[in-house]
Design a protein around this ligand. Structure first.
Ligand code: HEC
Length: 107
């Protein structure tokens, strides 16, 4: 006989996993994304995100731009420009978190 509490815990785990794609990245993943942002994105957009080969990505520069438009650019890249598609490396929740970092945290 399986204790009822174990069944409930199992169900909760199943539910959490089912919604994992929409949830925030784990703490470890967030740390990786912060490094990616400064090192990989920063190599083109500037370490302080004030622009370089890529356009400025400061909170100021992105004000007025829609999250969904930014997410599409990050996921699919910009054909004809050096901005690469990150979709193969980043999940949708990773990309949402990067946009959150761009808007909310100073470089
Ligand atoms: C190889 C260089 C390169 C790398 C690496 C790069 N970008 Fe870009 N990015 C560009 C260029 C070039 C543009 C287009 C600038 C323009 O419009 O002239 C761009 C445009 C963008 C835009 C649209 C900006 C706007 O104002 O519409 C966003 C958002 C963006 N990049 C985010 C990122 C993120 C996040 C990363 C890291 C995951 C990243 N980029 C990595 C070169 C790069």
């Amino acid at each position: 006989m399986i204790p009822r509490r174990a069944v409930v815990a199992g169900l909760l785990t199943a539910l959490t996993c089912a919604t994992a794609t929409a949830a925030e990245p784990s703490a470890a993943r967030k740390a990786e994304l912060a490094i990616l942002l400064s090192q990989d994105c920063g190599s083109c957009h500037g370490l302080t995100r004030h622009g370089g080969l890529g356009s400025p990505l400061t909170a100021e520069a992105l004000r007025g731009q829609d999250d969904s438009v930014l997410a599409t650019v990050i996921r699919d890249g910009l054909p004809g420009k050096p901005m690469p598609p990150w979709g193969p490396l980043l999940s949708d929740s990773d990309i949402d978190w990067l946009i959150h970092l761009l808007r909310e945290t100073p470089p």
